[in-house]
Write a protein that binds this ligand. Structure first.
Ligand code: SAM
Length: 240
């Protein structure tokens, strides 16, 4: 295992290390940013299919996806790529994400290097990212796609973001290592900021996380997980 230290101030807080040249790992949280079993496929299975986006994105004019944990931006890029392939004129996607420890632009580029099919989009993301400001950023990534990132703790970010999402990507580090990203209070805020018939999807099926989501008000179900994971969780907000 090649663990290369990265010493930029931005990356220190998260304890960024590189395995095999371009696989980011957080020493602070003791976890990887995405599945070691193919991060792109994981995103497609867990977040895009889990939220039934192929069908829902095709049939709505304005759609908001919100994410807890922007990390390397892989989920955003995979979603953006997918969206570019299916969208029609006059349809708009707003992708909002909350991230406490933003990586620097060079690390984002390095982490996305294993996916040449996303190369052009990752260049555009890294370019936008290099202009980032301290707390809130909004970038028009193309005429039909907006990216908004709040650089703050997710709890604080959700208190500032007074909108509702059609679909949530819950993507903190593993619940055992990053419990504040799955707390009862945060899951309640997620529920409050979800449209009627809005959904969430997450790779975890940890019992206490599912209980927090269910206590918040979601109808929670278990789905087959990606790769070696037996299960993942999805849910819908059926009540107003
Ligand atoms: C599993 S990674 C996210 C991976 C990401 N979605 C991607 O596509 O690369 C988890 C992310 O949650 C962030 N995070 C952890 N605790 C947080 C908190 N309390 N508030 C906001 N972000 C947090 C970490 O900095 C990390 O980037």
């Amino acid at each position: 295992m090649d663990l290369t230290e990265n010493t930029s101030t931005e990356n220190k807080a998260i304890g960024l290390k590189w395995e095999h040249e371009c696989v980011p790992y957080s020493k602070t949280y003791g976890d990887h940013f995405y599945s070691q079993n193919n991060g792109r496929e994981e995103c497609r299975h867990v977040f895009i299919e889990g939220n039934k986006l192929p069908h829902r994105l095709a049939s709505t004019n304005d759609f908001t996806i919100a994410e807890l944990g922007f990390g390397t931006g892989l989920n955003f890029l995979e979603t953006w790529n997918f969206w570019r392939g299916i969208r029609k004129e006059n349809q708009n996607l707003n992708f909002v994400s909350f991230e406490r420890h933003p990586l620097d632009a060079a690390s984002i580029k390095r982490a996305l290097a294993p996916w040449p099919a996303l190369g052009l989009l990752s260049e555009l993301l890294a370019k936008a990212w290099s202009s980032k400001t301290e707390k809130q950023n909004i970038w028009q990534m193309d005429p039909q796609t907006t990216l908004q990132v709040y650089f703050m703790d997710a709890n604080a970010g959700l208190s500032e973001w007074q909108y509702k999402a059609d679909a949530w990507y819950l993507d903190g580090f593993s619940p055992a290592k990053n419990p504040e990203m799955w707390s009862q209070g945060l899951m309640k805020s997620v529920f409050e900021r979800t449209c009627k018939n809005g959904t969430f999807a997450t790779y975890t099926s940890a019992g206490w996380v599912r209980r927090n989501l269910s206590d918040a008000g979601f109808d929670v179900s278990r789905f087959p997980g990606h790769g070696k994971k037996r299960h993942m969780s999805v849910g819908i907000k059926t009540d107003l």
